[in-house]
Write a protein that binds this ligand. Sequence first.
Ligand SMILES: [Mn+2]
Length: 247
Amino acid sequence: MTTAPRIGITTSITTDGSSPERAFVNSTYIRAVQQAGGLPILLPPQLEPWARQALHEMIDGLLLTGGGDVDPAQFHETPHEKTSDVSRERDGLELDLARRAVDRAVPLLAICRGLQVLNVALGGSLVQDIPTETSSTVDHSQKARQKTARDEPVHPVKVADGTRLAAILGGPEVEVNSFHHQALKRLGRGLKPVAWAPDDTVEGVEMPQARALVVGVQWHPEELVDRDPAARSLFRALVEAAAAARR
Ligand SMILES: [Mn+2]
């Protein structure tokens, strides 16, 4: 049997009423975890509580992936007209897994929606639509520009000196891709913002008081691993922390 650290990867669920209902996740997450030496274990929203618990106890690290918007009811707001692709099942799974990971010192990497889930799980709130709720002129939604590849950086991110994220990324600035129309607003308990886009949108958080690695980024490093050593470092940091924390 392999000794590779077991990395739980959360998946999406269809929300458009299409039949049959499916669980799915972009292949790039699964490849990036394996490239870093982790054994991927997919965690779909269809898991029943007993199975969710059993798999949580089995994993050495957790990757919260990108996807649709978190239900604003989770942070006591009504939905903005641009809020979409909401799944109560997925929110339920991921909010629970994020809290359990923090409570039980399971190393955690949160990407895009995952960062937003982590923030809401810890009592934070979200900007529900950057273009209509802020005066930002930064392009955070490159999929709107159809000729831009998913691995093409579209804005810089400044990373605070002396932080865990800066150590992982290997420098004070990275060029990132961007596929989000929401952003962190009020920060969740214990989360420290450590990276920002030029419009001051939070692009990275960590948790200095956590007993294990807790890092969240608003961009999509899983799309960048073939061209960007900093993106590979994020997955390696998760897998190494998972190996060290193995129960
Ligand atoms: Mn962005």
